[in-house]
Write a protein that binds this ligand. Structure first.
Ligand code: CP3
Length: 348
């Protein structure tokens, strides 16, 4: 007789079953707050060299799992590997974040290929296979990409800006040219996500960090609709693919996003209004979030209170405990340990 596959609490929540103790992981869980990450990062050279070195990428993916025993590992990579595979020049400058050659005129956009060079993703797939081979079967492996809107904001401006005004402006002034960037990202992301599933990812997350800067009409056109197309494209070949969306800052537009895109879960930030989230979002899909990363830095009673608020607000329904955005480099490791212990001690 074949053994039943061990269940993964993280996937069970996405598939529809609440867990008494919510599964837990953290956005950006592999990163500079860990000394073991900083060590590999130094050895790797540049940040993209780390992303494209399967041995190192697999190692840093597993580091937070070994240290904290999270319920999910997220493959170590970056959303900007997709523009890189589209032939854009992507660099990470120390202390400054990503830099790209701005793609900000219809003439420049006309040179963009319709889809990424898939061969460029091979090292990410190899890293996924290595992680899957080493990971405890009860722990889920998450693949990811950036949502077209968020990736486009970096491609257009060439860097992060406080409100991603350059991309918003281009989308108003040159909507057809801007749509060409979005279309290339939709096509590339479908192939990239399918490749990650094939290489061993159990679930996928689509990061739309800059969704919250858009007015409702533009949110529909540039965030919701491209995300819906990606999910439909992935499910055309992988009908049961489990997908989490993270339209950060979408607030009251979240119920519409969930309905239109077909996500199995949404990641929410710490500004979300709990009754709206419970009644119009968590009633339909799994909810992931939403501890304020600054409470995790602060620690002590403020941290305990913030953790308990998340649990009180959402743990009676389908919850994956997480932060409302990525963990910050200055976060003390002891505070992460305190969080894990408190969440795991929950008896609701
Ligand atoms: O979550 C994980 O542990 C997996 C790895 C991961 C990274 N980036 C590694 C990374 C994931 C899922 C991302 C997603 C990502 N990358 C997003 C969306 C999510 C979010 O946090 O908003 C965005 C907008 C990016 C683009 C990006 N990459 C920026 C703006 C920066 C600079 C800011 C910073 O934190 O330094 C990066 C660099 C980056 N990506 C780092 C890491 C660990 C730090 C770089 C370093 O180690 O030197």
């Amino acid at each position: 007789m074949t053994q039943p596959l061990p269940s993964k609490p993280f996937l069970d929540v996405l598939a529809g079953t609440r867990q008494a103790v919510p599964p837990l992981w953290m956005m950006r869980q592999a990163g500079r707050y860990l000394p073991e990450y900083r060590e590999v990062r130094t050895k790797a050279g540049g940040f993209l060299d780390l992303c494209f070195n399967p041995e190192f990428a697999a190692e840093v993916t597993l580091q937070p799992i070994r240290r904290f025993g999270f319920d999910a590992a997220i493959i170590f990579s970056d959303i900007l590997v997709v523009p890189y595979a589209l032939g854009r020049n992507v660099r990470f400058e120390v202390g400054e974040g990503p830099r790209l050659d701005p793609l900000d005129t219809p003439d420049k956009i006309a040179t963009l290929p319709p889809r990424a060079d898939g061969a460029k993703f091979a090292p990410v797939y190899e890293a996924l296979r290595r992680v899957r081979a080493e990971l405890d079967p009860k722990i889920a492996l998450i693949g990811f990409c950036g949502a077209p809107w968020t990736v486009a904001t970096y491609m257009v401006a060439g860097q992060g800006t406080p409100d991603q005004a350059p991309a918003r402006m281009l989308a108003y002034r040159e909507p057809q040219a801007f749509a060409k960037i979005i279309d290339a990202l939709v096509e590339s992301s479908i192939g990239y996500l399918l490749g990650q599933l094939e290489a061993g990812a159990d679930a996928l997350q689509i990061f739309d960090t800059w969704a919250g800067v858009l007015p409702p009409r533009e949110f529909q056109r540039w965030s919701v609709e491209p995300t819906r197309r990606i999910i439909a494209g992935v499910r055309a070949k992988a009908p049961h693919a489990k997908i989490i969306g993270f339209p950060r800052g979408a607030g009251a537009l979240l119920p519409g996003y969930v309905e239109a895109t077909g996500v199995n879960g949404v990641s929410i930030d710490w500004t979300a209004e709990p009754s709206l989230m419970r009644e119009r979002v968590q009633s339909k899909v799994a909810l992931q979030g939403n501890l304020d990363p600054l409470a995790l830095i602060a620690g002590g009673d403020a941290l305990d209170r913030a953790i308990d608020d998340v649990l009180e607000n959402y743990a009676q329904g389908r919850l994956i405990f997480n932060l409302g955005h990525g963990i910050q480099p200055e976060t003390p490791i002891a505070h992460v340990e305190r969080m894990v212990k408190r969440v795991r001690g929950y008896r609701g």
